[in-house]
Design a protein around this ligand. Structure first.
Ligand SMILES: O=C(CO)[C@H](O)[C@H](O)COP(=O)(O)O
Ligand SMILES: [Fe+2]
Length: 221
């Protein structure tokens, strides 16, 4: 099954609650929240108070993507604010296993994120401990960037490892996803797709979301 996670980074922040409700009604499966600190990435976005504000607005799981240095210092705040998933970059974690355990200790599902150039070997020894692996298909920091195709073989490589080991881990893709780029990623074994500009920068969000989802599902038939 293909799940679409609209990224609110591309939403109209002056009416964020309405934007979230609109994509929920349009068939979204998760709400993706991009947290940037101006250090790990060259942009600043939102913190736990936005997660807390959105928690009562939607029944969908809140997928919190931390693009921050020292994520350990903020995990409790994001967990208590209502995050369902917290994903951390392997490139930002000095003690990844500790960070993943910390996320789980608050009853939140942990995931690990790889930048486009990071090899999957960096996460092979954490697979047993995570619920999700997120592949960046743009350099993190901004919405609306172009999909980096060279990430796709890594997705297939990890998907094969997950199958071989019989693990229950979902693969999520983030960056430049639209009804074309979703296809090679779904073929490679990904099941959760973040889409920001391809959904929020359109007139008809429902149609955009459903077209992207249908393109992904066409691969599974
Ligand atoms: O993590 C991100 C950027 O760092 C965003 O989730 C991602 O860029 C989504 O936006 P778009 O679909 O417009 O590429
Ligand atoms: Fe993201």
């Amino acid at each position: 099954m293909i799940k679409i996670a609209p990224s609110i980074l591309a939403a109209d922040f002056s009416k964020l609650a309405e934007e979230v409700k609109e994509v929920e009604a349009a068939g979204a499966e998760l709400i993706h929240i991009d947290v940037m600190d101006g250090h790990f990435v060259p942009n600043i976005t939102m913190g736990p108070i936005v997660v807390e504000a959105l928690r009562p607005v939607t029944n969908l799981p809140l997928d919190v993507h931390l693009m921050i240095e020292n994520p350990d210092a903020y995990i409790e705040q994001f967990a208590k604010a209502g995050a369902d998933y917290i994903t951390v970059h392997v490139e930002a974690c000095r003690h990844l296993h500790r960070t993943i355990q910390l996320i789980r200790s608050f009853g939140v599902k942990p995931g690990v994120v790889l930048n486009p150039h990071t090899p999957i070997e960096h996460i092979l020894h954490i697979l047993e401990d995570v619920d999700l692996v997120l592949f960046m298909t743009v350099n993190p920091g901004f919405g609306g960037q172009k999909f980096i195709h060279s990430v796709v073989p890594k997705v297939k490589q990890l998907s094969d490892v997950i199958k071989e080991k019989g693990l229950n881990i979902e693969i999520e893709i983030d960056g430049g996803i639209n009804e074309e780029t979703i296809i090679p990623c779904a073929e490679a074994g990904a099941t959760i797709f973040v889409a920001g500009s391809a959904i929020f920068n359109t007139e008809n969000r429902e149609e955009a979301l459903q077209r992207i989802k249908a393109a992904g599902e066409s691969v599974l038939k």
